[in-house]
Design a protein around this ligand. Structure first.
Ligand code: MIC
Ligand code: SF4
Length: 755
């Protein structure tokens, strides 16, 4: 029987297997290895024969664990049910964190969520019991914090149906965000396939001090790499500076690596990880790590000459790192706090802050909350409390119970903050905000990781800025963006105060964590008798049927229903917030398809011209109209199409409504794989300026599909309304196996044949 926990026996086996596989790889490569390569190659399905070529070869890997969160687990488990297995092949957990709406505070919000999501929670709970998965109930914490506390381990490999799965890289794990179909492959016993990443080395020197926080390391790195600089690469940290960052601080840095698009980010095993493992009741794992240190760190030659081993090396000096604020609307628009007031003037951002928020999987650890509380304490000692609303969402039950015992809840209450449930909440638009009307421009400051328009409160006019938890609290005192809250005198009622930097927080609580796992349900030894219920006619859950396979013919003169201009993230393609309600019902959630995409022809969001009727209507209605008439269609994207989330709904919706291809200047990694898995063609424009050739009313032919093969170009012809033609040179990134997915109609259809 598969065990769900990360037991010392399991880790011992992983290390033993790692040694065997690495011996094969070392014999093949005959050179020193980076940490990324060690963990990656130690999980190769077939180390002897695997083709190794960073940026080109697809690797077949054997992850040790899978993690699912409630908003993506629904679709993943509906797909897993089609695989016909009795038990997941690898230890897997399900975490209920995304569906809780933040409104009045922790207890009431969780109760309301249990009520409104009863059907979905019981589906997930019964499916977890049926298939041998660990189940974390609503209120138990955010997936990544709970995984860090319980399941992550140095040198392990995990995939998770959430883009911030790389959080576990803070504990030395190779942890990657994937779509549900990838997770289903691994849960069904197949390898995980991923493009062998290139390697970006980030050298940290010096030590963090003053207001500079782990968050600033990743905000600075985003400034350097931008939102696509990490695509198909792994970011590996090295250098003496690593030791000055706690384990949960490292997790902040790797978590938000999702924003530069990396496959994952990873830190080498060190004393800070050891401290965290011991504090979270995993001393035997720490002992194992101590004796296997060579597997969990890069070979010494790598640090001596990093340029020889990494495709790119970035240096960040922690001694001179300033606290940063990023935003609005994109996480790579970074500015040191000292430059914010000028930027606010120059860009006409609303200077007055309407809300401040601490939390999200990136910054909700014990250390984060202690630093935030220190700033609150200091402000109160100087006679002031929060001057704009401050919401705090702890990362897990364990963090919550510990800060409660340590008196921090009382500090926040006195400061005027509201402590919300241990969940995603406002980070994913689960924020019932009554103070600012939709359409009103306003600025908020938070410690989250994503700030795409409308993400937090559904209001596209809200400008969301991101900083470390301590800086967020400083802004809650300043109430405005036009001063630097950590350096300037803050004007308060006829006088001024200055905040000093919080003292370093203990990385783990001096009196230990309050160990809490009341929200956990282990699966029974045999779940075969358990029925997984999906009610017919439910508006929230719908059983899936396999997609219709490709009919073997070229796509000829298909209408373009949407050409997106600028950012088209998964939040633009299939937003969350109120739509999270339909994550288990493909047909219902398809009603949000492209709702935030900016129409390149009109500049309007979510709407376009129906190519058959000439009527202006929502993109999703156009697609349904075409589907009703038996017509397929294509859509056009700009740069880094599908940036952001792992939600495969953003790929399944177009597929469900008759889409066959997305042609874009470039794609984000997880989304590109999701498109392929669902049987669509993601096509890259070889010449990005060809994007401009697509006119309103165009039709597209995609030719030579029978010959679709790895490395071959795809011929795409644009038929303009005036009868003229343009040819677009497109490339695809399908390997041989993936061509099979396309031909079969989706990866799931292939999986069904294999089982
Ligand atoms: C997000 O941060 O956007 C989410 C919500 O966690 C997503 C997953 C989802 O859409 O359910 C992610 O990052 O993958
Ligand atoms: Fe949840 Fe936000 Fe983290 Fe996504 S980024 S997992 S929504 S807390």
């Amino acid at each position: 029987m598969a065990v769900v926990e990360t037991t010392p026996e399991m880790v011992e086996q992983v290390y033993a297997r790692s040694r065997e596989r690495l011996a094969v790889i070392r014999a093949r490569l005959g050179r020193p290895l980076t940490l990324t390569e060690k963990v990656l190659f130690a999980h190769l399905h077939d180390p002897e024969h695997a083709t190794l070529d960073a940026g080109k070869a697809y690797l077949e890997l054997r992850p040790d664990r899978v993690a699912l969160q409630d908003a993506t687990a629904q679709m993943a488990l509906l797909q897993f049910m089609l695989a016909g297995m009795d038990r997941a092949a690898v230890p897997t957990t399900v975490h209920c964190d995304h569906l809780i709406v933040a409104r009045s505070g922790a207890a009431a919000d969780v109760d309301r969520a249990i009520d409104t999501n009863r059907e979905v929670y019981s589906f997930l709970e019964s499916a977890a019991a049926r298939y041998g998965l660990g189940f974390w109930k609503p209120g138990s914490g955010i997936i990544h914090q709970v995984v860090l506390e319980n399941y992550a381990f140095p040198g392990g490999m995990m995939i998770g149906t959430d883009s911030h799965t790389p959080n576990a890289g803070g504990l030395g794990m190779f942890a990657s965000g994937v779509g549900g179909a990838d997770a289903v492959d691994v849960m069904s016993g197949f390898p995980w396939e991923v493009l062998q990443p290139k390697l970006i080395g980030v050298k940290l020197t010096g030590r963090l001090s003053g207001w500079a926080a782990p968050k600033d390391v990743i905000l600075k790195l985003l400034d350097v790499l931008t939102v696509k600089g990490g695509t198909n690469a792994v970011v590996e940290f090295f250098g003496e500076g690593c030791a000055s960052i706690s384990c949960t601080g490292k997790a902040t840095v790797t978590n938000m690596g999702a924003e530069h698009g990396a496959t994952t980010s990873i830190f080498p095993y060190d004393a800070r990880m050891e401290v965290y493992l011991r504090a979270t009741h995993r001393s035997s794992l720490a002992d194992l790590c101590d004796t296997n240190r060579d597997l969990l760190t890069a070979d010494p030659e790598v640090e001596e000459a990093p340029e020889k081993f990494f495709h790119r090396v970035v240096h960040i000096d922690l001694n001179t790192l300033e606290p940063h604020l990023v935003g609005p609307h994109t996480p790579d628009l970074a500015r040191p706090l000292s430059q914010v007031p000028a930027a606010v003037k120059e860009n006409n951002y609303p200077a007055k802050i309407s809300a401040t928020l601490v939390g999200s999987c990136t910054n909700s650890s014990y250390e984060d909350i202690v630093r935030a509380a220190s700033v609150a304490r200091e402000a109160m000692a100087k006679g002031i409390t929060a001057r704009v609303p401050l919401l705090i969402s702890p990362g897990s039950e364990q963090v919550y119970a510990t800060i409660e015992r340590d008196g921090l809840l009382a500090v926040f209450a006195e400061f005027g903050a509201t402590v919300m449930s241990n969940s995603c909440g406002p980070c994913i638009g689960q924020w019932q905000r009554d103070d600012v009307a939709k359409g009103t421009p306003n600025s908020i400051v938070n410690s989250f990781n994503r700030n795409f328009p409308a993400r937090n409160d559904g209001n596209p006019e809200t400008l969301s800025f991101i900083a470390s938890p301590e800086v967020v609290v400083a802004y809650s005192v300043a109430g405005t963006l036009d001063i630097n809250p950590v350096a300037d005198e803050i004007p308060v009622e006829g006088s001024t105060v200055a905040l000093t930097a919080p003292p370093p927080a203990p990385e783990v609580p001096p009196q230990g964590f309050v160990f809490k796992a009341e929200g956990y349900l282990a699966p029974p030894a045999d779940g075969r008798a358990i029925a997984v219920e999906v009610k017919a006619g439910s508006e929230r859950l719908q059983l899936l049927a396999p997609f219709t396979p490709w009919d073997g013919h070229d796509y000829v003169e298909l209408p373009v229903i949407m050409k997106a201009r600028g950012k088209c993230t998964t939040d633009h393609i299939s937003p969350a917030g109120p739509w999270l309600r339909f994550r288990g019902h493909l047909d219902n959630i398809a009603n949000n398809m492209f709702i935030g995409a900016i129409n390149a022809f009109s500049g309007e969001a979510g709407k376009g011209t129906n190519p058959l009727t000439g009527e202006v209507m929502e993109f999703t209605k156009i697609a349904r109209d075409l589907k009703g008439r038996g017509r397929q269609w294509v859509a056009i994207g700009d740069e880094n199409y599908g940036e952001g989330s792992s939600r495969e709904h953003a790929a399944m919706e177009p597929r469900h409504l008759g889409g066959v291809a997305i042609i874009a200047r470039s794609f984000a990694r997880i989304h590109e794989t999701n498109l392929k898995k669902q049987g669509l063609l993601p096509l890259h424009l070889v010449d990005p300026s060809d994007y401009d050739k697509v006119r309103e009313g165009d039709k597209v032919s995609i030719l030579g599909l029978k010959g679709l093969a790895p490395g071959t170009p795809v011929k795409v012809v644009l038929h303009h309304a005036d009868g003229t033609l343009d040819e677009l040179s497109c490339r695809h990134t399908f390997n041989a196996e993936q061509v099979g997915w396309f031909k079969a109609g989706s990866a799931l259809n292939v999986l069904r044949r294999k089982t």
